[in-house]
Design a protein around this ligand. Structure first.
Ligand SMILES: *Cc1c(COP(=O)(O)O)cnc(C)c1O
Length: 383
């Protein structure tokens, strides 16, 4: 096990974290066993190769746990992400899947880390990549797909039209590169059919390009089950498999899940520092680990803990404010918590593994930098 993963404080339960640390600071809790189980489920269910999208949560313990659950390929978007994976897992395969790469980053990726897979969505980027990494590489051409039912659009910034994709594939092939097709239907995509639509587009591109396609990368977007119901992962796998068969696609499939692998495997323990009526002021917020609660309508489960017991009893809605001086630092939904919650009690936010510790800003000096592992399953999940 790596140094970082070994050195992290380890606890048998959330109750024990609170009992032993009595934290007045926020604590990010990682459950390696839950992460391993999610990885196993995805790797064995997806009809192809699973890459973990590192940006979703790059912590060493998370990478290690997913790897132990069977993930050996990693979707990386920067040299620091590649370095993190390689340092932790020397045998892992990294793919440089950012469609816009700096020349310096490309040089490090190619020369230091020996990366051989690169995403492009423009002819100038193709020329840049080939100029630096040579042609003994795989060029994945990313197409943009309809946003559909996803919470985040990942096609308005990156991805090209089917027409351009055809000419990029032909050009990459003519220059001597191996070729592949990629797309991303958008994050937290709640409709499995979005994958059918995107795969049909990608298949049309492959047919028109008429070059060997090494694989089709269906991207991420597989949802996590926050408080609202989402289709089970198996529904997505079934649609993808059925579409592959119906379109008679012979190339292997890749997927790049982030959220679906890690959301469930982490939680954040925050503390109430002041209660003013029905307003609670806590020590993590939108500039820390809880940014997604403002940016989209994610409504993670919460529970209140006092000393060493879970608070229950009559519940009522509260507004929750984060620690920075900015009025924007407010969680959008109202949270249902016990009516006797008070200063010094803790609020645990569940399902916080995705887009949380990786998106902290440090604004105003508030950072959630106490990270612990909790070995075993969550004592009370879902709460
Ligand atoms: C963010 C991202 C992912 C992961 O998306 P999730 O919605 O978390 O599954 C995968 N691939 C690419 C290219 C991304 O940018």
């Amino acid at each position: 096990m790596s140094n970082l993963a070994r050195k992290a404080l380890s606890f048998p339960s959330i109750a024990e974290v609170i009992r032993r640390l009595d934290p007045s600071y926020p604590v990010f809790c990682i459950f390696p066993e839950i992460l391993q189980n999610r990885a196993r489920e995805f790797v064995s269910g997806f009809p192809g190769t699973t890459l973990y999208a590192v940006k979703c949560n790059p912590h060493a313990i998370v990478l290690k746990a997913l790897n132990e659950g069977g993930v050996e390929h990693f979707d990386t978007a920067s040299v620091p992400e590649i370095a993190k994976v390689v340092e932790q897992l020397p045998e892992a395969h990294c793919y440089f899947n950012h469609p816009v790469k700096g020349r310096g980053a490309l040089e490090s990726a190619a020369d230091v880390y020996g990366i051989t897979h690169y995403v492009v969505d423009h002819i100038d980027e193709l020329n840049k990549v080939i100029g630096i990494a040579g042609t003994d590489i795989t060029i994945e051409v990313r197409i943009s797909t309809p946003k559909g039912s996803a919470i985040y659009d990942l096609s308005s910034k990156f991805g090209t039209t089917p027409e351009n994709a055809v000419s990029l594939l032909k050009e990459a092939h003519a220059r001597g590169c191996r070729t592949a097709i990629a797309f991303h239907v958008g994050s937290q995509c709640t409709d499995p059919d979005a994958f059918r639509v995107a795969m049909e587009m990608a298949s049309g591109v492959a047919r028109h390009a008429d070059v060997p396609i090494d694989y089709m990368d269906v991207g991420g977007g597989f949802p996590a089950a926050y408080k609202y119901a989402v289709p089970p992962l198996q529904d997505y796998f079934d649609v993808i498999k059925a579409t592959k068969e119906r379109l008679k696609l012979t190339m292997p499939l890749y997927a790049e899940p982030g959220r679906a692998l890690v959301a469930e495997g982490c939680s954040v323990i925050t503390q109430v520092h002041l209660r003013k009526g029905d307003d609670l002021y806590i020590n993590d917020g939108i500039y820390g680990c809880l940014s997604e609660i403002r940016d989209c309508d994610l409504d993670p489960p919460v529970r209140a803990i006092a000393d060493d017991r879970v608070l229950s009893g009559n519940m009522k809605p509260y507004r929750i404010f984060g620690p920075t001086c900015d009025s924007l630092d407010t969680l959008r939904p109202l949270f249902s918590l016990p009516e006797d919650i008070s200063e010094g009690d803790w609020i645990e936010f569940g399902m916080m593994g995705a887009y949380s510790i990786g998106m902290q800003t440090g604004f105003n000096g508030f950072v959630t930098d106490t990270i612990v592992r909790v070995d075993g399953l969550h004592e009370e999940f879902p709460f």
